[in-house]
Ligand binder design. Structure first.
Ligand SMILES: [Ca+2]
Ligand SMILES: [Ca+2]
Length: 174
């Protein structure tokens, strides 16, 4: 038994293949199976970054970092990835919102195959940075679409009329 231990990094490397081959030797007889192939893939975040950014852009966190917003659509790269959007094409707001009789109905669409990302809805009554709190809402609907994205809806009661909402993408261990 041979263990192949990939070293964790955040480099964009593409797929890497390790081929183990048993060489013939007078000391033993080879069976039919003399080769084993191990494929090492980038973490989902690095694979995504490799698709959209050049090597020069990858070393600049103001362009390719999770919090950067190179297309200026208000959606940071982390969310562009989690929602299968294009970080270079302005997209419409990432969250749908309707407030009716103090109840907020919120919805968004994301890509559940992105295994190293979690989406949180944050709520605030003003736009200052320290004031955003995770929404205490109830998940009311979750549905897979034909394109394998997923529609998610939340409901939150007792919503103040001045409430603001936004999404945050958070990296998690896959
Ligand atoms: Ca953006
Ligand atoms: Ca975009």
């Amino acid at each position: 038994m041979v263990d192949v231990q990939p070293l964790a990094d955040s480099d964009v490397e593409g797929d890497e293949t390790v081929v183990l081959t048993l060489l013939p030797d007078a000391g033993y007889t080879l069976c039919v199976e003399t080769q084993a192939v191990v494929r090492i893939r980038d973490a989902s975040r690095d694979a995504w970054r490799g698709v959209f950014f050049t090597p020069q852009e990858l070393v600049d966190p103001n362009i390719s970092g999770d919090a950067a917003d190179p297309d200026g659509d208000g959606i940071p790269n982390a969310l562009e990835h989690a929602m299968r959007l294009d970080p270079w094409e302005p997209d419409p707001p990432e969250i749908g919102l309707l407030i009716e009789d103090d109840t907020a109905f919120l919805g968004y669409t994301w890509d559940p195959s992105v295994e190293d990302m979690e989406i949180e809805i944050l709520q605030s009554s003003d736009l200052s940075e320290g004031d955003w709190e995770p929404l205490e809402g109830v998940l009311t609907h979750r549905e897979s679409r034909a394109d394998l994205l997923e529609d998610v809806s939340y409901e939150s009661s007792a919503t103040p009329t001045n409430a603001l909402f936004r999404l945050r993408g958070r990296r998690i261990e896959p």
